[in-house]
Design a protein around this ligand. Structure first.
Ligand code: NAD
Length: 436
């Protein structure tokens, strides 16, 4: 196979983060600490993963970064927007995820990152208000201000390439409407201040318009509308989303494929969480929670395929709850009760109690998504990057396809895409040749 032509990762990569909250600051501080040799990039496929090549007898398993040209962590520069004016050090202290001792060792670098004024409208995130906010005649004007921030950042740091990741709060539930159907209608809607264009879409539009890769770490629609997908095709911007797959949903997409593989029935799956960070506070608003709930609930339907296995999964009761509970901060606790059915219909139960750290699970994903989107751009891939479904709860997908939620199929797809880029044989796991 011929390798895909990939431009080298020469020069600096700017990572633009919308929202400098718990996830973003844990990600930025983590990269700075890793760069200084203070910590390890645990959880990151781009930094620690390997890809098996050829036959099992060949013993070839290079690291991802030796197979495809990725930006080095030393060449990454961070910038971003937030409605609160705190610098990245202060914001990381507020988020309370990382130990102050670690933050103090990278304090000057963190303090140098100050958020630019945000595009924000409280209609879309009801529980927050802040003063570091742009004003403009209309949403097109605000998008132009975002583009100006990006250009200034690029010039100031001598950057070669850029990637944007929405790490802002979950916006209220919105469905696709007329303004989202074409680029022309979307641009008219921006000028008309149409309320179906939330802040996240203004940033997504500004990035994609410039051909900058865009990822959405949250469940709100953002770039997942026909107008922005069409714009991405026009400007050759790779896009990916939505909603990082961490915590309870990560575990769900690990367990559910296993139960289905053994054809064990599931009658009910009750998931509940307590969470006390700002994300939890925003999700305490029913309209933001609805966006999250939709994203979390679709996972089981797609993995278990009740239309193919009606006796096993047709009457499944799937309930998801998130309870805002401040004492826990970012240290989420999730409980799952799964009511299973086995041979001859005999019931069983599985209980999972996951004491996780939300942003610790999310930060390596932000890193991988940013580096892989930059790779995609240099490899000439654009539009929806389905091979990055591995990282998302609601993977963005072509309208005629159903999304792939099974973590193991997602990983296979991701690694086969890397093999394809490198001109290596794809792996099918057939394996008959070993027994000829
Ligand atoms: N932590 C996880 O495991 C995880 C997993 C999946 C998705 N997410 C999503 O990622 C997002 C970030 O999570 P977090 O824990 O960092 O939340 P957070 O509340 O700590 O940070 C979000 C930040 O975004 C800012 N913000 C909101 N609207 C903005 C706008 N229009 N422009 C600029 N900034 C804006 C807020 O001021 C806040 O500082 C949330 O939407 C969350 O649901 C997180």
């Amino acid at each position: 196979m011929k390798p895909v032509e990939i431009a080298p990762a020469r020069g600096k990569l700017g990572i633009l983060l919308v929202g400098l909250g718990a996830v973003s600051t844990t990600f930025i501080a983590g990269v700075l600490a890793i760069r200084k040799g203070l910590s390890k990039p645990i959880g990151s496929l781009t930094q620690m993963g390997t890809v098996r090549l050829g036959k099992r007898t060949e013993n070839r398993a290079p690291r991802v970064a030796d197979l495809v040209p990725l930006a080095s962590l030393d060449d990454v520069v961070f910038g971003g927007w937030d409605i609160f004016g705190e610098n990245c050090y202060e914001a990381a202290r507020t988020a309370g995820v990382l130990e102050p001792g670690l933050l103090d060792r990278i304090k000057p670098e963190l303090e140098a990152i100050t958020p630019w004024p945000a595009v924000f409208d409280q209609r879309y995130v009801k529980r927050l208000s802040g003063s570091n906010v742009k004003t403009g005649r209309h949403k097109k004007d605000l998008a132009e201000q975002v583009s100006a921030d990006i250009r200034r950042f690029k010039a100031e740091h001598g950057l070669d390439r850029l990637v944007m990741v929405w790490c802002g709060s979950t916006e209220v539930y919105l469905t696709e409407g007329p303004a989202h159907q074409s680029i022309a209608r979307f641009e008219q809607a921006l000028e008309a201040n149409d309320c179906s264009i939330p802040s996240s879409m203004v940033y997504a539009y500004a990035a994609i318009k410039e051909g900058i890769p865009y990822a959405n770490a949250a469940p709100n629609l953002s770039a997942d509308v026909p107008a922005l997908v069409a714009l991405a095709a026009q400007t050759k911007a790779p896009i990916a989303g939505k909603d990082l797959k961490t915590g309870q949903t990560l575990i769900k997409t690990i367990i559910a494929p296993g139960l289905k593989a053994r054809l064990l029935g599931v009658e009910g799956w009750y998931s509940t969480n307590i969470l006390g960070n700002r994300d939890g506070e925003v999700l305490d608003d029913p309209e933001s929670f609805k966006t999250k709930e939709e994203s979390k609930k679709s996972v089981l339907d797609y993995i278990l395929q009740p239309h193919l296995y009606p006796e096993l999964y047709h009457d499944l009761h799937h309930v998801v709850r998130i309870n805002y509970y401040p004492p826990r901060g970012d240290n989420k606790e999730g409980w799952d009760n799964i009511d299973l059915v086995g041979w001859l219909g005999y019931p069983m139960q599985l209980k999972i109690n996951f004491l996780c750290r939300d942003s610790i699970l999310a930060a390596p994903i932000v890193l991988d998504v940013a580096l892989f989107l930059d790779l995609a751009k240099r490899a000439g891939l654009h539009g929806i990057q389905e091979w990055l479904s591995f990282y998302f709860k609601s993977p963005q997908h072509a309208p005629e396809l159903y999304p792939e939620h099974d973590l193991f199929i997602q990983l296979m797809k991701l690694k086969n895409t890397l093999r394809h880029m490198a001109g290596e044989e794809l792996i099918t796991h057939l394996g008959l040749e070993y027994y000829d």
